[in-house]
Design a protein around this ligand. Structure first.
Ligand code: C5P
Length: 298
Protein backbone atom coordinates (compact mmCIF):
# COMPACT_ATOMS: atom_id res chain seq x y z
CA UNK A 1 0.00 0.00 0.00
CA UNK A 2 1.19 3.50 -0.67
CA UNK A 3 -0.10 7.07 -0.62
CA UNK A 4 -0.56 8.66 -4.06
CA UNK A 5 1.11 11.97 -3.26
CA UNK A 6 3.05 13.66 -0.49
CA UNK A 7 3.93 17.35 -0.45
CA UNK A 8 6.86 18.76 1.51
CA UNK A 9 8.01 22.31 2.19
CA UNK A 10 11.80 22.65 2.46
CA UNK A 11 13.13 25.56 4.53
CA UNK A 12 16.55 27.18 4.03
CA UNK A 13 19.22 27.21 6.71
CA UNK A 14 21.18 30.19 7.93
CA UNK A 15 24.56 29.90 9.61
CA UNK A 16 24.62 32.53 12.35
CA UNK A 17 28.16 31.70 13.36
CA UNK A 18 30.62 29.60 11.36
CA UNK A 19 33.99 28.60 12.74
CA UNK A 20 36.13 26.44 10.47
CA UNK A 21 38.44 24.46 12.74
CA UNK A 22 40.65 22.85 10.10
CA UNK A 23 40.95 20.64 7.06
CA UNK A 24 40.56 16.91 7.66
CA UNK A 25 42.41 14.05 5.96
CA UNK A 26 39.24 13.26 3.94
CA UNK A 27 39.27 16.78 2.44
CA UNK A 28 36.23 18.01 4.38
CA UNK A 29 36.56 20.62 7.13
CA UNK A 30 35.70 20.34 10.80
CA UNK A 31 33.21 23.00 11.76
CA UNK A 32 31.49 24.55 14.70
CA UNK A 33 28.42 26.32 13.43
CA UNK A 34 25.31 27.81 14.97
CA UNK A 35 22.47 27.36 12.51
CA UNK A 36 18.76 28.16 12.30
CA UNK A 37 16.02 27.35 9.79
CA UNK A 38 14.40 30.30 8.00
CA UNK A 39 10.76 30.46 6.91
CA UNK A 40 11.47 32.14 3.54
CA UNK A 41 12.22 31.63 0.73
CA UNK A 42 11.18 27.98 0.73
CA UNK A 43 11.04 25.18 -1.86
CA UNK A 44 8.12 22.82 -2.42
CA UNK A 45 8.68 19.18 -3.31
CA UNK A 46 5.89 16.86 -4.34
CA UNK A 47 6.43 13.11 -4.46
CA UNK A 48 4.08 10.88 -6.49
CA UNK A 49 3.97 7.08 -6.62
CA UNK A 50 3.96 6.03 -10.29
CA UNK A 51 3.40 2.51 -11.64
CA UNK A 52 6.30 2.75 -14.13
CA UNK A 53 9.14 3.21 -14.68
CA UNK A 54 10.77 2.01 -11.47
CA UNK A 55 13.24 4.34 -9.76
CA UNK A 56 13.32 8.10 -9.30
CA UNK A 57 12.36 10.77 -11.82
CA UNK A 58 12.79 14.44 -10.97
CA UNK A 59 11.04 17.27 -12.73
CA UNK A 60 11.46 20.98 -12.06
CA UNK A 61 8.21 22.85 -11.59
CA UNK A 62 7.64 26.57 -12.21
CA UNK A 63 10.15 28.60 -10.27
CA UNK A 64 10.95 32.24 -9.65
CA UNK A 65 14.70 31.68 -9.69
CA UNK A 66 16.65 31.71 -12.94
CA UNK A 67 19.10 29.14 -11.68
CA UNK A 68 20.03 26.24 -13.87
CA UNK A 69 18.96 23.39 -11.57
CA UNK A 70 19.88 19.85 -12.65
CA UNK A 71 17.25 17.11 -12.49
CA UNK A 72 19.59 14.10 -12.36
CA UNK A 73 22.27 12.79 -9.99
CA UNK A 74 23.67 16.30 -9.60
CA UNK A 75 20.49 17.20 -7.69
CA UNK A 76 20.63 16.23 -4.00
CA UNK A 77 16.87 15.55 -3.85
CA UNK A 78 17.28 12.92 -6.57
CA UNK A 79 20.27 11.35 -4.82
CA UNK A 80 18.49 11.34 -1.45
CA UNK A 81 15.34 9.65 -2.80
CA UNK A 82 17.37 7.03 -4.62
CA UNK A 83 19.62 6.20 -1.66
CA UNK A 84 16.65 5.89 0.68
CA UNK A 85 14.82 3.57 -1.72
CA UNK A 86 17.89 1.35 -2.08
CA UNK A 87 18.34 1.23 1.69
CA UNK A 88 14.69 0.31 2.23
CA UNK A 89 14.82 -2.34 -0.51
CA UNK A 90 12.27 -0.40 -2.57
CA UNK A 91 14.38 0.70 -5.55
CA UNK A 92 12.03 -1.06 -7.98
CA UNK A 93 9.17 1.31 -7.08
CA UNK A 94 8.44 4.31 -9.24
CA UNK A 95 8.67 7.76 -7.63
CA UNK A 96 8.20 11.03 -9.47
CA UNK A 97 9.44 14.15 -7.70
CA UNK A 98 8.34 17.63 -8.73
CA UNK A 99 10.47 20.40 -7.26
CA UNK A 100 9.52 24.08 -7.24
CA UNK A 101 12.56 26.16 -6.35
CA UNK A 102 12.42 29.43 -4.48
CA UNK A 103 15.68 29.11 -2.51
CA UNK A 104 18.41 30.50 -4.77
CA UNK A 105 21.26 28.13 -5.64
CA UNK A 106 24.84 29.10 -4.78
CA UNK A 107 23.66 31.54 -2.11
CA UNK A 108 24.82 29.67 1.01
CA UNK A 109 21.27 29.00 2.21
CA UNK A 110 21.47 25.20 1.93
CA UNK A 111 18.70 24.94 -0.66
CA UNK A 112 19.94 21.70 -2.24
CA UNK A 113 20.36 20.12 1.20
CA UNK A 114 16.88 21.27 2.25
CA UNK A 115 15.43 19.65 -0.89
CA UNK A 116 17.29 16.42 -0.07
CA UNK A 117 15.88 16.40 3.48
CA UNK A 118 12.40 17.03 2.08
CA UNK A 119 12.84 14.17 -0.42
CA UNK A 120 13.86 11.75 2.35
CA UNK A 121 10.83 12.50 4.51
CA UNK A 122 8.40 12.69 1.58
CA UNK A 123 9.52 9.41 0.00
CA UNK A 124 9.55 7.60 3.33
CA UNK A 125 5.94 8.59 3.85
CA UNK A 126 4.90 8.08 0.22
CA UNK A 127 6.09 4.47 0.18
CA UNK A 128 5.24 3.91 3.85
CA UNK A 129 8.75 2.63 4.35
CA UNK A 130 9.81 0.63 7.34
CA UNK A 131 12.83 2.79 8.14
CA UNK A 132 13.21 4.70 11.41
CA UNK A 133 14.46 8.25 12.03
CA UNK A 134 17.98 7.01 12.74
CA UNK A 135 18.05 5.20 9.39
CA UNK A 136 16.91 8.35 7.60
CA UNK A 137 19.58 10.38 9.43
CA UNK A 138 22.27 7.98 8.26
CA UNK A 139 21.17 8.34 4.66
CA UNK A 140 21.04 12.14 5.13
CA UNK A 141 24.67 12.22 6.28
CA UNK A 142 25.71 10.23 3.19
CA UNK A 143 23.93 12.67 0.88
CA UNK A 144 25.65 15.83 2.18
CA UNK A 145 27.10 17.62 5.18
CA UNK A 146 24.10 19.93 5.67
CA UNK A 147 21.33 17.39 5.10
CA UNK A 148 21.18 16.05 8.72
CA UNK A 149 20.52 19.56 10.03
CA UNK A 150 17.91 20.26 7.34
CA UNK A 151 16.08 17.05 8.24
CA UNK A 152 15.46 18.34 11.73
CA UNK A 153 15.78 22.10 11.36
CA UNK A 154 15.00 24.62 14.07
CA UNK A 155 18.20 25.72 15.80
CA UNK A 156 21.32 23.68 16.50
CA UNK A 157 25.07 23.56 16.82
CA UNK A 158 26.56 21.66 13.88
CA UNK A 159 29.90 19.97 14.40
CA UNK A 160 32.14 17.46 12.62
CA UNK A 161 31.68 18.07 8.92
CA UNK A 162 28.11 19.10 9.79
CA UNK A 163 26.58 15.74 10.62
CA UNK A 164 26.85 16.06 14.44
CA UNK A 165 23.78 18.00 15.50
CA UNK A 166 23.16 19.40 18.97
CA UNK A 167 19.66 20.90 18.98
CA UNK A 168 19.29 24.08 21.00
CA UNK A 169 16.37 25.82 22.46
CA UNK A 170 16.25 29.13 20.67
CA UNK A 171 12.87 30.75 20.39
CA UNK A 172 11.89 31.11 16.78
CA UNK A 173 11.07 34.47 15.28
CA UNK A 174 14.58 35.90 14.91
CA UNK A 175 14.21 38.37 12.04
CA UNK A 176 16.49 38.85 9.01
CA UNK A 177 16.70 40.68 5.73
CA UNK A 178 18.20 38.30 3.14
CA UNK A 179 19.69 39.84 -0.02
CA UNK A 180 20.76 37.76 -3.01
CA UNK A 181 23.53 39.24 -5.18
CA UNK A 182 23.55 38.64 -8.94
CA UNK A 183 26.41 36.14 -8.67
CA UNK A 184 26.70 32.68 -7.12
CA UNK A 185 29.41 30.90 -5.18
CA UNK A 186 30.27 27.18 -5.29
CA UNK A 187 30.93 25.80 -1.79
CA UNK A 188 33.95 23.63 -2.81
CA UNK A 189 35.64 26.72 -4.35
CA UNK A 190 35.22 28.66 -1.11
CA UNK A 191 36.64 25.86 1.05
CA UNK A 192 39.55 25.46 -1.41
CA UNK A 193 40.24 29.21 -1.09
CA UNK A 194 40.11 28.91 2.72
CA UNK A 195 42.84 26.23 2.45
CA UNK A 196 44.89 28.30 -0.02
CA UNK A 197 44.72 31.34 2.28
CA UNK A 198 46.10 29.25 5.15
CA UNK A 199 42.90 28.89 7.17
CA UNK A 200 41.87 32.49 7.92
CA UNK A 201 39.47 33.43 10.71
CA UNK A 202 36.68 35.94 10.19
CA UNK A 203 37.89 39.54 10.13
CA UNK A 204 34.51 41.06 10.91
CA UNK A 205 31.67 40.23 13.22
CA UNK A 206 28.11 41.33 13.72
CA UNK A 207 26.66 41.84 17.23
CA UNK A 208 24.38 38.90 18.08
CA UNK A 209 20.65 39.54 18.50
CA UNK A 210 19.76 39.62 22.21
CA UNK A 211 18.29 36.11 22.26
CA UNK A 212 21.43 34.64 20.67
CA UNK A 213 23.97 36.52 22.78
CA UNK A 214 24.07 33.79 25.45
CA UNK A 215 25.25 31.34 22.79
CA UNK A 216 27.69 33.54 20.87
CA UNK A 217 28.41 37.20 21.64
CA UNK A 218 29.16 38.00 17.99
CA UNK A 219 28.12 36.47 14.70
CA UNK A 220 31.13 35.74 12.50
CA UNK A 221 31.79 33.62 9.45
CA UNK A 222 35.30 32.21 8.90
CA UNK A 223 34.46 31.56 5.25
CA UNK A 224 33.98 35.27 4.52
CA UNK A 225 37.66 36.08 3.69
CA UNK A 226 37.76 33.00 1.42
CA UNK A 227 34.44 33.89 -0.25
CA UNK A 228 35.73 37.44 -0.90
CA UNK A 229 38.89 36.02 -2.45
CA UNK A 230 36.77 33.89 -4.82
CA UNK A 231 34.30 36.69 -5.56
CA UNK A 232 35.65 40.19 -4.86
CA UNK A 233 32.28 41.80 -5.79
CA UNK A 234 30.98 40.57 -2.40
CA UNK A 235 32.76 43.46 -0.66
CA UNK A 236 30.93 46.12 -2.64
CA UNK A 237 27.63 44.24 -2.40
CA UNK A 238 27.87 44.10 1.39
CA UNK A 239 28.74 47.79 1.65
CA UNK A 240 25.74 48.73 -0.52
CA UNK A 241 23.44 46.50 1.54
CA UNK A 242 24.66 47.91 4.85
CA UNK A 243 24.15 51.46 3.56
CA UNK A 244 20.59 50.58 2.45
CA UNK A 245 19.65 49.29 5.94
CA UNK A 246 20.83 52.37 7.79
CA UNK A 247 24.31 51.08 8.62
CA UNK A 248 23.23 47.79 10.23
CA UNK A 249 26.01 45.21 9.70
CA UNK A 250 25.52 42.24 7.37
CA UNK A 251 26.65 38.62 7.72
CA UNK A 252 27.66 36.29 4.88
CA UNK A 253 25.32 33.27 4.68
CA UNK A 254 27.35 30.02 4.80
CA UNK A 255 29.81 29.94 1.89
CA UNK A 256 27.90 32.80 0.21
CA UNK A 257 26.82 34.56 -1.86
CA UNK A 258 23.76 35.82 0.08
CA UNK A 259 24.15 38.40 2.81
CA UNK A 260 21.77 38.68 5.75
CA UNK A 261 21.08 41.52 8.15
CA UNK A 262 19.79 40.62 11.62
CA UNK A 263 16.90 42.92 12.55
CA UNK A 264 15.87 43.37 16.16
CA UNK A 265 12.20 43.98 15.48
CA UNK A 266 10.42 41.90 12.80
CA UNK A 267 7.97 44.77 12.28
CA UNK A 268 10.78 46.68 10.56
CA UNK A 269 11.18 43.99 7.88
CA UNK A 270 8.70 45.27 5.24
CA UNK A 271 10.25 48.78 5.17
CA UNK A 272 13.81 47.45 5.10
CA UNK A 273 12.99 44.97 2.31
CA UNK A 274 11.43 47.75 0.23
CA UNK A 275 14.43 50.01 0.76
CA UNK A 276 16.98 47.31 -0.12
CA UNK A 277 15.15 46.12 -3.23
CA UNK A 278 14.73 49.68 -4.51
CA UNK A 279 18.37 50.55 -3.95
CA UNK A 280 20.10 47.30 -4.87
CA UNK A 281 17.67 45.93 -7.49
CA UNK A 282 18.25 42.34 -6.40
CA UNK A 283 15.95 39.70 -4.86
CA UNK A 284 15.39 40.49 -1.16
CA UNK A 285 13.26 38.74 1.44
CA UNK A 286 12.32 39.54 5.01
CA UNK A 287 12.04 36.38 7.05
CA UNK A 288 12.09 34.91 10.54
CA UNK A 289 13.58 31.73 11.97
CA UNK A 290 11.25 28.71 12.18
CA UNK A 291 11.18 25.57 14.29
CA UNK A 292 11.70 22.92 11.61
CA UNK A 293 13.55 22.16 8.41
CA UNK A 294 10.82 20.31 6.51
CA UNK A 295 7.02 20.41 6.74
CA UNK A 296 5.15 17.39 5.37
CA UNK A 297 1.57 17.64 4.10
CA UNK A 298 -0.27 14.80 2.53
O1 C5P B 1 28.91 17.64 2.02
P1 C5P B 1 28.70 18.39 0.77
O2 C5P B 1 28.78 17.49 -0.43
O3 C5P B 1 27.46 19.21 0.76
O4 C5P B 1 29.89 19.42 0.65
C1 C5P B 1 30.14 20.12 -0.55
C2 C5P B 1 31.60 20.55 -0.56
O5 C5P B 1 31.83 21.53 0.44
C3 C5P B 1 32.57 19.44 -0.28
O6 C5P B 1 32.92 18.78 -1.45
C4 C5P B 1 33.75 20.19 0.31
O7 C5P B 1 34.48 20.81 -0.71
C5 C5P B 1 33.07 21.32 1.08
N1 C5P B 1 32.86 21.04 2.51
C6 C5P B 1 33.94 20.95 3.36
N2 C5P B 1 33.74 20.72 4.69
C7 C5P B 1 32.50 20.60 5.19
C8 C5P B 1 31.38 20.70 4.35
C9 C5P B 1 31.60 20.92 3.00
O8 C5P B 1 35.09 21.06 2.92
N3 C5P B 1 32.34 20.40 6.50
Amino acid sequence: MSTARVRATAFPKLTLSLRVLGRRPDGFHDLEALVVSLGQPHDVLEAYAVPAPGGVQLELGPSNTNDDIPSDHRNLAFVAAEKLMVRAGRSGHGVRLVLRKRIPAGAGLGGGSADAAAALLAVRRLLEMDIDDEGVREVAAEVGSDVPFCLRGGAAWMRGRGEIIEPIDLTRGLAFVVAIPPFRLATPDVYAAWDALGGPVAERSVPAPRRVAGLVPDLANDLEPAAEAVEPRLVEFRAALEAAVGGRPALLAGSGSAYVVPVHDARQLPDLVREVSQRLRVPVVGTTSVSRGVRLDR
